[in-house]
Design a protein around this ligand. Structure first.
Ligand code: ATP
Length: 117
């Protein structure tokens, strides 16, 4: 019974990923970018620790982008009218994505650049 419940939750989560991929261009872009980064990592040759960091950043970026999309949907569901709190909520969520993306880009450069130069 518990295993069935767990499987159902897993199915819903997979549906969420499918919906995000279908409906959100940003998330498709992040998946594509992740594939490019993994191939570049294989060609460049990363250490065990560097792979751990890269995988963490890729997973974190996609997960955060999905949370951002989820927040946008909840806000749109809560109000169709313009509201300062709706704007703050959407903009903060977008800001969180920007913060993580900037940190990921800097870490990516710190990992890859020394190997290429
Ligand atoms: N209900 C609302 N009330 C006030 N401001 C809003 C509301 N909905 C969106 N905004 C603001 O308007 C701007 C543009 O929002 P818009 O809806 O175009 O994009 P988004 O919903 O943030 O993202 P996406 O384009 O990916 O759907 C953002 O600053 C957002 O915070």
């Amino acid at each position: 019974m518990k295993a069935r419940r767990f499987f159902r939750s897993f199915q819903f989560a997979a549906q969420g990923i499918g919906t995000a991929l279908k409906r959100e261009q940003n998330i498709r872009f992040h998946f594509l970018a992740a594939i490019v980064v993994v191939f570049t990592g294989i060609l460049t040759g990363l250490s065990y620790m560097e792979w751990l960091v890269v995988i963490l950043l890729i997973g974190g970026m996609i997960a955060l982008e999905m949370i951002n999309s989820a927040i946008e949907r909840v806000v749109d569901l809560a109000t169709v009218e313009l509201h300062p709190l709706a704007k703050q909520s959407k903009d903060m969520a977008a800001g969180a994505v920007l913060v993580f993306a900037s940190a990921s880009a800097i870490i990516g450069l710190l990992i890859f650049l020394p190997k290429w130069l």
